[in-house]
Design a protein around this ligand. Structure first.
Ligand code: SF4
Length: 260
């Protein structure tokens, strides 16, 4: 049995180091996000289904900065002998349910999914996965009527773990590639494994011993996302599948976003 964990530094130290290393990137990300929060047109999105082109321009920069920050961090960790084992063709992270998405990220994924030209098929897959998710929530809550729409952090963690064990690929996953790769949210970009990447397979016998960490966006980024959420005022689910379905059906009514 491989015992990778014994030779690894404490995860707390890695996380603390990571936050420090990328904080300057996060401040820049927050500045771009705050510029988006101040743009005209966000509050009219619900009725007009259009957004200023500046939103795309700024948000692309935000996501590029996040990716730059992870590349820089990986280099810094490598320099200290800490090797992240994630591989380009590994997609075990895509058995997770992306959670904690801001409204802007949901809009971004929706825009990306419209560009694939496979919207109908993706919509059917989203519905299938949402059914599984809801079924799991009902089973975990013990009875049908229990309100599981606002689970505690602990309940949510358990729910996400149970979902991962289903090994249900994300609707956007096709032959180990993400169809909306450029538009995927931060929740899909932040997982890193210090143990062999195949340990992340929920069916692998070492899965429970895998050593992983998440590069959470800092408070300044979260605060800026919240300000944008308030401007949109859509109040949709932060769970990717549910939020996307609400956005597709209730707000966009299957139409693409108009960029003005
Ligand atoms: S959106 Fe893409 S990266 Fe995220 S879970 Fe789905 S397939 Fe994976």
């Amino acid at each position: 049995m491989e015992d990778v964990g014994r030779s690894l530094p404490s995860l707390d130290l890695v996380e603390e180091f990571s936050c420090r290393v990328i904080s300057r990137y996060q401040k820049k990300m927050a500045l771009y996000l705050l510029e988006i929060a101040g743009m005209d047109g966000l509050s009219r999105f619900r009725t007009e289904r259009s957004l200023p082109f500046g939103v795309i321009k700024h948000f692309r920069r935000v996501m590029d900065l996040f990716d730059e920050s992870t590349q820089y961090l990986l280099g810094q960790l490598r320099h200290r002998g800490i090797i992240v084992q994630c591989k380009p063709d590994c997609s075990y992270c895509c058995f997770n349910m992306p959670y904690g998405l801001s409204t802007l990220e949901l809009i971004w994924v929706y825009h990306g999914s419209c560009l694939t030209g496979k919207s109908s098929r993706l919509f059917r897959r989203l519905l299938e996965v949402e059914e599984l998710w809801e079924e799991l929530r009902r089973r975990r809550s013990g009875h049908e009527d229990h309100d599981t729409s606002h689970p505690s952090a602990c309940e949510r963690e358990e729910l996400l773990k149970s979902y991962q064990k289903l090994c249900q690929p994300c609707p956007f996953l096709q032959e180990s590639s993400c169809l909306v790769y450029r538009y995927r949210p931060i929740a899909c970009r932040m997982h890193f494994s210090l143990s062999p990447s195949y340990w992340c397979n929920p069916r692998h016998f070492q899965h429970d011993h895998a050593v992983r960490f998440n590069l959470e966006p800092g408070d300044c980024v979260q605060d800026a996302f919240e300000q944008i959420d308030e401007r949109f005022g859509l109040n949709i689910s932060h769970t990717m599948i549910c939020g996307l379905l609400e956005l597709t059906v209730n707000i966009m009514q299957f139409e693409p976003i108009r960029w003005t």
